[in-house]
Design a protein around this ligand. Structure first.
Ligand code: NDP
Length: 454
């Protein structure tokens, strides 16, 4: 696939871009290497000022950047503006906390003085997806740059204008040339970059095959990776839950980003006693959502990012329906241009269908009924994924069991799973490994150096 801006609301190719040549990639790697030698010595105070400048630029130009995102991948404009502001927040979080997170830690030993120092590694490659084209990049770049690393961004091929805008933000913020570079390259160039000696580690957010490919190449070259891959997060509603709040959160959690979020609730696991009420209220709300032009402020559901995602999602739905699943709302392709898919709810889904094993990356909610907490936990855990999980109950014993027994990188009780710079983010099982955000995130790409002085 070429590197291009294709409006997902209309199918129109707005602009195409030429990928970097091998010589240009070589120049970029050499520049990153040179830049690191000086940048690693820049004080936390100075890095912090530049990172605050980046946050200011994001906030001052939130609408402009949001429009680029909406144009390229179709998220509703209000969500895009919120994403730019959240990206500013993660810059500020690390600008304010990096020095403390990475301060030397005294450690007692047989030395007269021993301690742990955290030092940058060098150039880190970030392979990033289109679904949160600003947030995912800043979530990587803010801690990486504050730690003294330099960043190389290979963004998804359908969001080149976002990728270029982000590069420009770091440049305008004052970071020296080469500290953050956007490389307009296709995924066929990732192997060449990650295996280059000047690149020290890699991080990827995206699909399993892409993650496995990057990690195996990095592994062959003894380089660390962080992977943030797919999810099929459970949203468990038990008898004592506040049903109004749970339905409200369920709709928000599933529809976030037109349903294309790794931590979206995808499987709704309902205890039988509340299932009828929950289902009918959720169906009512899904049917009332406003689908349309994502540039309009009152649009709630925009198009999917690419025609391939639309085709794959509809196929998954059709397989479930042909096997006997019941459609509560949606489920039919819309007769209009663009990659729009209606908010859809499937229930009474037979075992063995994709609903039990695959990620549905779009506005489709999968409902399952269970008769006990044990059954709910077993079903929730019966997937290859383990990113987030949301449990709804006011019963403390049930809460405790959900917290301890759900196989996930995060458990949220009576709330929807979301990312927050102050809390670590990441998965287990085939959802990936490593953590982003919080103090854990900034420690992923540093040399944890032991210092021993006699
Ligand atoms: P991909 O994983 O293909 O794309 C994510 C990033 O990885 C892009 O920058 C892409 O580049 C790059 N990439 C793709 N293949 C390789 C490879 N072999 N080696 C190195 N880099 C690679 O995701 P898709 O856009 O194709 O989406 C497919 C599915 O992935 C979704 O349906 C969803 O299940 C999952 N996904 C999960 C996300 C998450 O947030 N966890 C985000 C996006 C997707 P290029 O664009 O040039 O191909």
């Amino acid at each position: 696939m070429g590197i291009a801006t294709i409006n997902p609301a209309t199918g129109e190719t707005v602009k195409t871009f030429t990928a970097l040549t091998d010589a240009e990639i070589e120049n970029a790697l050499a520049l990153a290497d040179r830049a690191f030698r000086d940048y690693r010595r820049v004080s936390f105070d100075t890095r912090s000022q530049w990172m605050q400048n980046a946050a200011n630029l994001l906030e001052e130009n939130a609408e402009t950047y949001a429009k680029i995102m909406t144009l390229e991948m179709g998220k509703p404009i209000t969500a895009a503006i919120a994403e730019v502001k959240k990206s500013a927040a993660v810059c500020r979080f690390y600008a304010e906390n990096a020095a403390q997170f990475l301060a030397d830690v005294p450690a007692e030993s047989d030395a007269s003085n021993s301690f742990i120092a955290y030092e940058p590694l060098g150039a880190i490659l970030a392979v990033m997806p289109w679904n949160f084209p600003f947030w995912q990049v800043f979530r990587f770049a803010a801690p990486a740059l504050m730690a003294g690393n330099v960043g190389l961004l290979k963004h998804a091929s359908n969001v080149p204008q976002c990728a270029l805008a982000i590069g420009e933000i770091f440049q305008k913020a004052g970071f020296p040339e080469g500290v953050f570079q956007t490389l307009l390259v296709g995924s066929n160039k990732v192997a060449q970059i990650i295996t280059d000696d000047r690149v020290k580690a890699g991080t990827l957010t995206g699909s399993e095959p892409a993650g496995a490919s990057l990690a195996s190449l990095a592994g062959q070259n003894i380089k660390k990776t962080v992977l943030e891959l797919g999810g099929s997060d459970p949203f468990i509603v038990l008898e004592t839950a506040d049903i109004n709040a749970a339905v409200e959160a369920a709709v928000t959690a599933r529809m976030l980003n037109n349903g294309q979020s790794c931590i979206a609730a995808k499987r709704f696991i309902l205890i039988s006693s509340i299932a009828d009420e929950f289902e009918s209220r959720m169906a009512e709300k899904f049917a009332a959502l406003k689908i349309g032009d994502p540039m309009l402020p009152d649009t709630e559901v925009g198009p999917l990012a690419t025609p391939d995602i639309l085709t794959e999602l509809h196929q998954q739905v059709q397989i479930c329906v042909e096997a006997g699943a019941k459609v509560l709302t949606g489920g039919q392709l819309l007769e209009q241009p663009g990659n729009f898919y209606p908010p859809t709810i499937l229930t009474q889904i037979p075992e063995g269908t994709p609903a039990y094993s695959e990620e549905f990356f779009g506005p489709v909610a999968l409902i399952f009924r269970v008769n006990s907490l044990d059954e709910a936990i077993t079903l929730a855990n019966s997937t290859i994924f383990g990113l987030g999980a949301s449990g709804w109950t006011t019963n403390q014993a049930e809460q405790e069991r959900l917290i301890r027994e759900l196989e996930a990188g995060a458990v949220f009780i009576n709330g929807l799973v979301k990312s927050d710079p102050r809390l670590p983010f990441g998965g287990i099982k085939r959802s990936g490994y490593g953590r982003e955000l919080s103090s854990q995130g900034i420690h992923e790409f540093v040399n944890i150096k032991t210092v021993w002085i006699k």
